[in-house]
Ligand binder design. Structure first.
Ligand SMILES: [Zn+2]
Length: 324
């Protein structure tokens, strides 16, 4: 349920916690990301930065006019959160904070070596040659949106605390959506800054990206279980509006993945490549960018089932075939 009093004025309620939400536009179906500004003792802290593009630059320029930025805190390495961090650090001299794992991911995912392997990976997932090429090229288009990379000055670590605005927050690792994602929890107000771990309307994308955690869906579901122990009352997500009741939403997301896993398993009666299963699972027409996420998500579900011993994977001329 959305906070009644936040209708039209969610910003004023966040103000109580000393947080200002900066909603940046994104040129995707998921059309925005929420970043935050918080005043500290010596200047301002920014939580997530948006993509490195013209619109983001202009928006931050306006928001930060007359403000000294001391810290840039990144929840995870995905381009809509991490992309502008390096350029903004260059402009402001701010210290950058993120997890060590996602620093590695951020500095590896758009490098030549990782991108060159992608086409081959997509071919092994059964994606036709021309689409594999376009998916690789789509990844390359992100390079200017995520560079220059930031210099990370501090690693965010589980159990440490951080003051953001008026309150102190505990750092929790919540791997799954990215291997090194962190969320911030304020016990006093039972408030969770949930990053992309718990979102109100869409389910967070859980993808295998051909590097890192081999079973991200398992990690994600484990993170949900852990966070449900907090029973957070107020959730402030990185996409969508703040809402009440973390655990109600956690249960919905768990049910979604249970459904998805069942559907995937059923599709495996016939067997097929990742691409075959993906096409049956996502019936609407997808852009190349969306296909990358759909393949990643399908693969995460298939690999979860494989690690559970519920399906097998074999190499064939068409790439890997999954079957029961
Ligand atoms: Zn995001």
């Amino acid at each position: 349920m959305y906070l009644e009093s936040w209708k039209g004025s969610e910003y004023s309620l966040l103000e109580k916690f000393g947080l200002k939400q900066i909603r940046l536009n994104l040129p995707f179906r998921l059309n925005h990301v929420n970043c935050f500004l918080a005043e500290g003792e010596n200047g301002w802290k920014i939580i997530d930065t948006g993509l490195h593009n013209q619109e983001t630059m202009e928006r931050w320029k306006k928001e930060l006019a007359g403000k000294e930025v001391t810290d840039i805190i990144l929840t995870h390495y995905h381009p809509d959160h991490f992309g502008y961090a390096g350029a903004l650090q260059k402009k402001t001299g701010a210290h950058v904070w993120m997890s060590e794992t996602d620093e590695k991911n951020g500095k590896l995912s758009w490098e030549k070596e990782a991108i060159e392997g992608l086409e081959q990976n997509y071919r092994q997932a059964g994606v036709p040659e021309d689409i594999s090429k376009r998916m690789k090229n789509n990844t390359m288009e992100f390079i200017p949106r995520v560079t220059p990379y930031p210099t990370v000055n501090h690693y965010l670590q589980e159990k440490e605390t951080l003051v953001l605005g008026n309150n102190e927050y505990e750092i929790f690792s919540a791997p799954g959506h990215s291997d090194g994602m962190v969320v911030f929890y304020n016990r006093e107000n039972n408030l969770l800054l949930s990053a992309d771990q718990i979102l109100p309307k869409i389910t967070p994308n859980i993808s295998y990206w051909f590097h890192g955690d081999p079973n991200p869906l398992k990690s994600y579901l484990n993170s949900l279980d852990r966070l449900s122990e907090l029973d957070a009352e107020i959730v402030v997500p990185s996409h969508g509006r703040p809402f009440y009741g973390a655990n109600d939403r956690i249960r919905e997301i768990q049910a979604h993945h249970d459904d998805r896993l069942n559907v995937t398993l059923e599709l495996l009666n016939e067997g097929g490549t990742v691409y075959d299963v993906c096409q049956k699972m996502f019936r609407k027409t997808l852009t190349v960018h969306e296909t990358r996420f759909a393949i990643g998500e399908t693969l995460a579900h298939l690999e979860y089932l494989r690690y559970q011993g519920e399906c097998k994977r074999e190499m064939s001329e068409k790439g890997y075939i999954y079957h029961r």
